[in-house]
Design a protein around this ligand. Structure first.
Ligand code: NAP
Length: 249
C-alpha cells in the first residue's frame, strides 16, 4: 500500500473488530495515523496495528473501556503524546442485544446506555477541548438505522442509538462556530460479529426487505465514515448518513 501520511490522526473507538477495524484500515490507507481503541480483543488489535504498519501506515493500540472516564482520559493523553493531536474522533464502540422489552434487566439497560451513548459523551468530552482550541476537528458517531426507526426486541439498543443522533445534532450546532463538524453514520445490517447470531433465514428475510437485496460490509460503512472525516465534507455537519442498502429511505 505504501501509505504517505497526511499528517492527521484519527482515534477510532472499538477498532479491534468489525466496522471500527475496517475504518482503521481505511483511514490508514488514506494516510492517517490511526489510534486503535479496544477493550477485550488485544490480539485482534495488535494484528490490525501490524497489518497497517506492514503497509507503511502508522498505528498504535490503546486499551480503554469507553464507559470509564478516567481510562478514556488516559487514552486520549497517550494518543496526543504519541501522535501530537487528534484530528478525527470516530465514536464507534458499541454493543447490541436482542431481548423482549419485559426481559431487559436494569443492569442490561444501564450497560447498553453506558457503552453506546455515555461512552460517546466521555470520548468526545476528552477530545474536544483541543479541537475547540485549534478551531478544527471532525467527530463521527456511529448510530444505527434502529436509532431512526426503532427495532422490536431491541428497545435499549434503539434508545441508545437514537440518543447518538440527538447528541450529534446538538453538538454540531454548538461546535459549528469552532469549525468542528459533528456527523453520524447510521448503518443498516452489516456483516460483522455483532450479527453472528443471525440465521440464514434471518439473512434471507433482511435481503428481501432491502432494495439492494443484501446486507452491507464493514468496508462500505468505513468509506462513509472516511468521507465525513475528509475535507470533502467540510460543509456537512449535524447530518445522518445511512449506508443501509435502501432498507430505510
Ligand atoms: P462488533 O464487530 O461487535 O465490534 C464491536 C467493537 O466495539 C469491538 O471492537 C469491541 O472491542 C468494541 N467495544 C465494545 N464495548 C466496548 C467498550 N466498553 N469500550 C471499548 N470498546 C468496546 O460490532 P460492529 O458491528 O463492528 O459495530 C460497530 C458499531 O456499529 C457499533 O456502535 C454498532 O452499534 C454499530 N452498528 C453496527 C451494525 C451492524 O449491523 N453490525 C449496524 C448498525 C450500527 P473489543 O472486542 O476489543 O472488546
Amino acid at each position: 500500500m505504501g501509505s504517505v501520511t497526511n499528517g492527521k490522526t484519527a482515534l477510532i473507538t472499538g477498532a479491534s473488530r468489525g466496522i471500527g477495524a475496517a475504518a482503521a484500515r481505511a483511514f490508514a490507507r488514506d494516510g492517517y495515523s490511526v489510534a486503535i481503541n479496544y477493550l477485550h480483543s488485544h490480539g485482534a488489535a495488535t494484528k490490525l496495528k501490524c497489518d497497517i504498519e506492514s503497509r507503511g501506515g502508522k498505528a498504535e493500540i490503546y486499551r480503554a473501556d469507553v464507559t470509564d472516564f478516567d481510562s478514556v482520559e488516559a487514552m486520549v493523553r497517550s494518543v496526543v503524546a504519541d501522535f501530537g493531536q487528534i484530528d478525527v474522533l470516530v465514536n464507534n464502540a458499541g454493543i447490541a442485544e436482542q431481548k423482549l422489552f419485559t426481559e431487559i434487566t436494569q443492569s442490561e439497560w444501564e450497560r447498553m446506555l453506558a457503552v453506546n451513548i455515555t461512552g460517546v459523551f466521555y470520548c468526545t468530552r476528552a477530545v474536544v477541548g483541543e479541537m475547540i482550541a485549534r478551531k478544527s476537528g471532525k467527530i463521527i458517531n456511529v448510530s444505527s438505522i434502529w436509532g431512526i426507526t426503532g427495532a422490536s426486541c431491541e428497545v435499549h439498543y434503539s434508545t441508545s442509538k437514537a440518543a447518538v443522533v440527538g447528541f450529534t445534532k446538538a453538538l454540531a450546532k454548538e461546535l459549528g462556530p469552532s469549525n468542528i463538524q459533528v456527523n453520524c453514520v447510521a448503518p443498516g445490517v452489516i456483516d460483522t460479529d455483532m450479527n453472528s447470531g443471525l440465521t440464514e433465514q434471518d439473512i434471507w428475510a433482511i435481503n428481501e426487505s432491502t432494495p439492494l437485496e443484501r446486507i452491507g460490509t464493514a468496508d462500505e460503512v468505513a468509506e462513509s465514515i472516511l468521507f465525513l472525516a475528509s475535507d470533502k465534507a467540510d460543509f456537512i455537519t449535524g447530518q445522518v448518513l445511512s449506508p443501509n442498502g435502501g432498507m430505510v429511505i
